[in-house]
Structures are given as C-alpha cells and as structure tokens.
Design a protein around this ligand. Structure first.
Ligand SMILES: Cc1cc2nc3c(=O)[nH]c(=O)nc-3n(C[C@H](O)[C@H](O)[C@H](O)COP(=O)(O)OP(=O)(O)OC[C@H]3O[C@@H](n4cnc5c(N)ncnc54)[C@H](O)[C@@H]3O)c2cc1C
Length: 332
C-alpha cells in the first residue's frame, strides 16, 4: 500500500459523469495535492459519450473501468469486496466515495475487506505536520469533529454531497488520463443486471431529491403561478410552494417547502414572491445556491439568499417564459 495514493470510486449514471462524480474528482485532486501522492478514478460503468474529456479537465491522471461492476450494483457487499480487491491491487492508501446511497453502503464493506480505517461524511481535509487532518460531521450535522490519519493502514472516506464542489480550481492542470480496464470477477450470488437507469422526472420526483427547484410564494397570482408551472415543465425543473400557496389548493402537500413541508437541498433554489419567513427559510437553507425575486426590497428573503432581484413577477415571469419557449421550441 502507498498511503499517499488515492482511488476515487465514481458511479457513472447512464455512463455519464454527473455532478457528484465531478465533485468527487475535484475533491480527490485537491486531496492529492495535500498528500503529495498519486490519484486515479475507478468507474463503475463504461463511460458513454465524451466523459473522458471531463475527466481530463479535472486533471484525472488514471481511470480504471471496473468492467462488469454494474452487474453487482444490487449486491453491494459483493461489489464492495471486488472494489477492495481492486484498491489493494492498485496499492491505494485512500479510497474515496460520495456519501450517497451507494457510496455509504460500499464504504464499510471496502473498509472491512481491506482492514482499513473508515471516516464517513468528511467535509474537509488538510495536511499538518505530515498527518492528514479530517473534519467530519457528527451528531447529525450539528457538530464538526476533527480526526487525524497517520497512514499506517488504508483509509476509506465518504464525502457528503453538499461538500462536493465541482468548481474547477485554477491550479488544476488538465491531463489526458491513462485508461485501463479491470474485469470484476464473476461472483456467485450476482442475481441480476442493470438493464437501464431511468433518471428521475423533476415534475414528480420527491422535492427532497430535487436538483433544481423554482418555488412560488404568495407574491404569485393565479396567472403568474400558471406561467411558473409552464416554465418548470419547459426547463425540467421541480416546482415548490410556500404554505399560503398550498393553502390556496393549487397543489398537493408534497410540493410545500419549509418547516412543516419538505426540507430541500437542491443545487439551485429560485424563490419567487416569497417573503422569507423562518418557517420557509428553515427548509431551504442547505440549498447550494438560493436566488430570490421579490418586489419588496426590504423582504427578509434577501438576507437569506446568494443573489436577489427586486422585480415584479408580473413583469419577469412572462419574459422568462418567452425565453424558455424560444430555447426549447415550446415543447418538453
Ligand atoms: C408552525 C408553522 C409552520 C409553518 N410551516 C411553513 C412551511 O413549512 N412552509 C412555508 O412556506 N410556510 C410555513 N409557515 C408559514 C410561514 O410562517 C409564512 O407565513 C409563509 O412562509 C409565507 O409565505 P410567502 O412568503 O409565500 O407569503 P408572504 O409572507 O405573504 O410573502 C409574499 C411575498 O411576495 C412578495 N410579492 C408580492 N407581490 C409580488 C410580485 N408581484 N412580484 C414579486 N414579489 C411579490 C411580497 O413582497 C412578499 O414578500 C408556517 C407557519 C407556522 C406558524
């Protein structure tokens, strides 16, 4: 084992590198600068289309395609053992996974098979005095806990999705990755294969899983609300509402966002005609980016967003809708 060598396990939904994958590459590249070691990525599916260019832009030096891994996706214990074998063959000292359903299931299996230390929900890492210092969430997300890793045995790390930034750091040097294949051994007990992965429909996906949400507040009237519904359909975006809008009976309870409704964590939340009460903001504060539009410059939402626009929905929604119709050809 080379304690400074990092292996990032990248799931490729539909063969493509998604936001989580890009964030993990970015995290791995940054970590390797601290450890001053090598790093590489292992994909759980054959890359489709042009994802290699994206791996290159994140400076990924090596990619190992774990051929046949998709056949084991529903038997994570078997898959985890195979990935541990691969990590051992590659001499990886650190195995990196996202803290999502798959990553958090695989991580303990890989750690147990390798006899490795396991650190889950690591939000940041730094090197001090030759020792890796990790910060992780504990007790829910209320407490940050600092741990150190001396490198005497392998380490398996999961990173929460909210800590994965796909932003390319200026210091990242694009690299042409060396691609190799590693055949996952046929294992007794593999019961089925994944034939197809169907991405979630933003119109029906549970809001807690939604990537982009446009939400309507009381500042919407029936006309602007109908425009917003069409905008969401055209742009494939999930629709949310505040409690007063739910109370009007315009949508089901599952669309309501906030303390009584859904707690959401999209990468983009657009608040339209929403004042920003604590009952609503409490349910959106972990969104990656919040943009709000309100006609009142003193609306409290402006203190709780990344970007705010003072504007009348009656003016801007028809314009946004027109642009969306033009760019999508008006159909979805
Ligand atoms: C126990 C409890 C639990 C609650 N749980 C929830 C919850 O889960 N979710 C939730 O949302 N609320 C919840 N509420 C209600 C919450 O307190 C607020 O009343 C609610 O969030 C306000 O919704 P709003 O921002 O849509 O409406 P308002 O507060 O009425 O705000 C409307 C905003 O629209 C702006 N506006 C008006 N016209 C326009 C226009 N033409 N263009 C642009 N902007 C315009 C106004 O300036 C205003 O800021 C709860 C309340 C209680 C007591």
């Amino acid at each position: 084992m080379n304690s400074r060598s990092i292996l990032a396990i990248i799931d490729l939904p539909s063969g493509e590198l998604d936001e989580t994958g890009r964030g993990l590459l970015s995290f791995a590249g940054r970590l390797s600068r601290f450890t001053e070691g090598t790093w590489g990525a292992t994909t759980l599916a054959e890359p489709a289309g042009e994802p290699l260019g994206q791996f290159a832009s994140y400076g990924t030096p090596e990619i190992t395609v774990a051929a046949g891994a998709d056949a084991l996706l529903d038997t994570p214990v078997l898959l985890g053992r195979c990935l541990a074998e691969l990590a051992k063959e590659r001499g990886a000292g650190i195995v990196l996974l996202p803290h999502n359903g798959l990553g958090s299931t695989l991580a303990p299996v890989i750690a147990a098979t390798l006899g490795a230390a396991l650190q889950t929900e690591v939000t940041s890492a730094r090197m001090a005095d030759g020792t890796l210092h990790l910060t992780r969430s504990a007790l829910g997300v209320r407490v940050a806990e600092a741990r150190t890793w001396a490198g005497d045995r392998p380490l398996v790390i999961t990173v929460p999705l909210r800590s994965l930034s796909q932003v390319l750091l200026p210091s990242v040097q694009p690299a042409t990755p060396a691609v190799s294949r590693w055949q996952v051994p046929t294992v007794d007990g593999a019961t089925s294969r994944v034939m197809e992965r169907i991405p979630p429909d933003p119109q029906t996906v549970d809001l807690t899983e939604a990537e982009v949400i446009f939400s309507a507040g009381k500042g919407c009237d029936s006309r602007t609300y109908a425009q917003l519904q069409e905008l969401c359909r055209l742009l494939n975006v999930s629709l949310g509402v505040t409690r007063p809008v739910y109370d009007l009976g315009w949508c089901g309870f599952e669309r309501m966002v906030g303390q009584t409704g859904r707690t959401v964590t999209p990468r983009f939340y657009l608040a339209l005609g929403i004042s920003g009460s604590m009952h609503h903001v409490g349910g959106i504060k972990d969104s990656r980016r919040i943009v709000s539009v309100n006609s009142d410059p003193k609306a409290p939402i402006f203190a709780n967003c990344d970007e705010g626009f003072v504007a009348d929905l009656g003016e801007i929604l028809p314009r946004l809708l027109e642009r969306a119709r033009q760019s999508t050809g008006g159909v979805q």
